[in-house]
Design a protein. Structure first.
Length: 301
């Protein structure tokens, strides 16, 4: 597990379930620089406890089971046997009690309330203080499940576009919570248009100029004058891919150009924004089909 980075969402901001010593933690976002999400995958032992409210929203995905869970809110208990893929959604600002009756592989995702509020404002759901995210115990939502599994995969295979990817997933989670798990009662139409030519040029120029940096979705959006949520959707309309994938493609293309010269592969990896040489090798081979060293030999022969 890495060292906590400035501005990073920390486990100490969560309820404390993840700090239980009985947990066997497999993966966390600690040290990845994620500011919009805190995520952790672990094996949980049976327990019963009460927790004070935190500001941010919690989504728990059950990865195995079935297992019985009792959740108590406002002194009212609710018990359900939750199958794999079931969700435990707890809105921010709620005290709660929980009893887990069996062992469980779970993925906990904490989503910044501010992200949800910003998406609500961007897409016309109304004032954030008038919308309530609704709790859920064991319900299935295939889209949230896919997004959560995407977060788990990002924990397992973090890459140089990780912060942008985490922000992108946070925006998507926020939109889904508002559309399907809130009191808004309003299905906002998603924007259909893409960037103007100037906006797309500014976005790609900004990416090219900062390939070696650890970028966030907010930083990319600022180059176009759009909010992160509008930026993410319009970027995909204009390019056919989400920002993190486009950014990684730019890094691979720059690495290919640099491999034609004599710069060391280690230096190329760092210049292009990869965390280390092995990381560049893994991403490069996935994108190009060969390792950087093999590509260099093919273009220099």
């Amino acid at each position: 597990m890495g060292r906590l980075l400035p501005g990073e969402f920390s486990v100490v901001e969560t309820h404390g379930i993840l700090l239980r010593p009985q947990n066997h933690t497999h993966l966390t976002s600690k040290g990845l620089g994620w500011a919009s999400i805190y995520a952790s995958a672990q094996r949980e032992k049976p327990y019963e406890d009460r927790y004070n409210a935190v500001n941010d929203h919690l989504i728990i995905l059950h990865l195995d089971g079935p297992v019985a869970v009792t959740r108590t809110m406002a002194k009212i208990p609710a018990r359900r046997v939750i199958a794999p893929g079931g969700l435990f959604i707890l809105p921010g600002g709620r005290d709660f009690g929980v009893r887990l009756e069996g062992e469980l592989d779970s993925l906990h995702v904490y989503l910044r309330k501010q992200i949800v509020d910003d998406v609500a404002e961007d897409f016309g759901y109304g004032a954030a203080d008038s919308i309530e995210i609704m709790p859920s115990l064991g319900d299935h939502d295939p889209l949230i499940e896919r997004l959560a599994l995407g977060i788990q995969e990002a924990l397992r295979n973090s890459d140089a576009a990780g912060s942008v990817y985490a922000d992108y997933l946070a925006q998507a989670l926020a939109a889904r919570l508002l559309r399907q798990h809130s009191t808004s009662g309003y299905i906002s139409p998603l924007p259909q248009g893409g960037f103007t030519k100037l906006q797309l040029q500014r976005a790609t120029d900004f990416m090219e100029a900062h390939l070696g940096d650890s970028l966030t979705l907010a930083e990319l959006a600022s180059a176009t004058g759009l909010s992160p949520s509008h930026f993410a959707r319009r970027f995909k309309v204009s390019t056919g891919m989400p920002p993190h994938q486009f950014l990684m493609q730019l890094r691979v293309e720059r690495a290919k150009r640099m491999l034609r010269g004599g710069t060391s592969i280690i230096e190329i990896a760092l210049t292009c924004g990869f965390t280390h040489q092995e990381h560049m090798t893994r991403i490069f081979r996935r994108a190009v089909g060969v390792t950087p060293a093999a590509y260099r030999r093919s273009v220099q022969s």
